[in-house]
Design a protein around this ligand. Sequence first.
Ligand code: FAD
Length: 369
Amino acid sequence: MSRPRVVVAGLGDSGLLTAIHLARHLDVVGVSSKPELVSGQELGMRLTRPDYWAKDYRVSFDRYRRLDRVRRIHGTLTGLDPDAKTVAVELRDGTSHTEPYDVLVISTGVMNGFWRRPTLQTSEEIAADLRAAHERLVAADSVIVVGGGAAAVNSAANLAATWPGKRIDVYFPGERAVVNHHPRVWRRVQQRLTDLGVGLHPGHRAVIPDGFGCDRMTDDPVHWSTGQPPATADAVLWTVGRVRPNTGWLPEELLDEVGFVRVTPELQVPGRPEVFAIGDVAATDLLRTSARNRADRLLARNIRAHLAGRALRPYEPPRGRWGSVLGVQDDGLEVFAPTGQAFRFPRWSVDVVLRDLIVKRGIYKGVRR
Ligand SMILES: Cc1cc2nc3c(=O)[nH]c(=O)nc-3n(C[C@H](O)[C@H](O)[C@H](O)COP(=O)(O)OP(=O)(O)OC[C@H]3O[C@@H](n4cnc5c(N)ncnc54)[C@H](O)[C@@H]3O)c2cc1C
């Protein structure tokens, strides 16, 4: 008897992990616009130390042992027919392919700035993009980072730590940055940024020029709707959190009013129990936290329970945002709990314990060198 087929739509951070959990039990097909994992995490490290970043965040699918059993389709999802239970995929040669499913996982994530784009790309095109962004910053003597989220402060800290000779300034609208984290996190991050010589400019709300999607670095003066004189730098990095869900390929009835996929606490699409969603595209809670809170394990269990007629379990989002903010630095990795408390992993332990044992073996169940 053939095994039920699960189509995982989008093999980013969450889709990849979900496919890994299900591969031994079900017939899994993964559809991805990239031929490898290209994570949206750790923007600062990606821009300043792209080769080091790539060790963990840009990984060929062939290296994941558990993906050996997953059939992969390199293409762009263009449509879903929920009654026929099929997805349509446009392949690189322009032809169209229809893939049937018993269960569908929607994990197509969001677009954000220039570093998270759903475009169909080869490995060479991805490498060229990464290199171009790095070289743009190498050539700049001064950089303005616009925005106050984790991507902004992460970028500013990494730029200042990697290139102490450059002038780095971060401008954000509120009194403090990282407002979705516990206030203690900002106190700690502010201290680190000040120690690194980053200029902090609270109370600055940037005017986003008409028609500009914040999807590339610029070098024009930045104007402020909060009244301050314009600011200039050789490169302006727009990290303003203007995320847009990659859901243009889905019927509107599946989406909420801002275009994210509606889900029940069990991560099922209401009225379509065989369709699940996870990650940044899934409207689980206000901060859409199911990727960072590793709901992939719960989702895999729920899919198997659904197919076996067993009860499903709910996803319970934590109250506050947690995790690393500045990423790996020379003195190690600092991770914040939802209470704002900081835990530090010493630098020596990051590569050996965190990367090799916990991440590669524990989380991904084996990654080839
Ligand atoms: C292990 C782990 C640790 C994390 N730690 C942190 C942390 O410390 N701090 C923090 O803030 N966050 C953390 N996160 C979360 C992270 O910031 C994001 O939330 C996460 O990268 C989002 O994953 P995603 O799968 O939803 O989206 P993505 O990784 O963006 O994946 C979506 C994929 O779908 C593809 N796609 C989109 N549209 C289409 C289409 N039409 N056709 C084909 N493919 C398409 C995209 O190209 C992409 O490959 C963590 C996540 C994980 C898994």
